[in-house]
Design a protein. Structure first.
Length: 170
C-alpha cells in the first residue's frame, strides 16, 4: 500500500509567498461583521491600529474579528492564547529578510501533491480573498472557505471543519 501524501493549510499566513495582507484587505472582511454588537468598538480599535496609533487595549478590542462567534468558547480561547504567545519569536519570524518570496513561489509551484487550503469566512488575519491567491500558487490545491468561521475554524464549527478535512483526506 502506497502512503497517501497531502498537505492541509488551515488559515495560513501568506507573507512567505509575498502576499501581504494590508488594512484594506482586513477591512473588507471586517465589514461583514457590521451587525455584531461589538463591531463599533472593534472597528474603531482596528482603525487606530491600522493608522499606527494603537492604544494598549486596542488589540484585545479587535479580538472578536478573529472568531466566527464571540462567545464563551472564543473568549476562553483568546484568553489562553495570550499566555501562549511568544512575542520574541513572532518578531523574528516577521522580520525584514525572513522570507524569500520568489524561492517560496518556485517551491510551491513544484509541489506535486494535493493541498487543502482552508480559509475562514470572517478571518481578519488570513482574509479569504488573499488566501485564495495563495492557494492558486499550488498546482493541486483545493481552496475552501468555511462559512461563519474565523481564524480558528474548528472552534466556530467543528463539524464543518472535520467534514471538510476528512473529505479532502479521503
Amino acid at each position: 500500500m502506497t502512503p497517501h501524501t497531502c498537505w492541509g493549510l488551515i488559515t495560513p499566513g501568506t507573507n512567505a509567498a509575498g502576499l501581504e495582507v494590508n488594512g484594506d484587505d482586513r477591512r473588507e472582511v471586517a465589514r461583514l461583521r457590521r451587525d455584531e454588537p461589538w463591531f463599533a468598538a472593534a472597528s474603531a480599535a482596528f482603525d487606530a491600529i491600522d493608522a499606527g496609533e494603537a492604544a494598549a487595549d486596542d488589540w484585545a478590542t479587535i479580538a472578536p474579528f478573529l472568531y466566527g462567534r464571540w462567545d464563551e468558547t472564543a473568549q476562553a480561547h483568546r484568553a489562553a492564547e495570550e499566555t501562549q504567545w511568544n512575542a520574541a519569536a513572532a518578531e523574528v519570524l516577521g522580520s525584514e529578510g525572513a522570507f524569500e518570496p520568489g524561492a517560496t513561489r518556485v517551491a510551491l509551484a513544484a509541489l506535486d501533491t494535493p493541498v487543502l487550503v482552508l480559509a475562514g469566512e470572517f478571518d481578519l488575519a488570513s482574509p479569504p480573498h488573499v488566501t485564495a491567491r495563495f492557494a492558486a500558487l499550488f498546482p493541486r490545491a483545493e481552496f475552501v472557505v468555511q462559512p461563519g468561521a474565523g481564524h480558528d475554524p474548528w472552534l466556530d464549527d467543528a463539524d464543518s471543519f472535520v467534514s471538510t478535512t476528512v473529505r479532502f483526506l479521503n
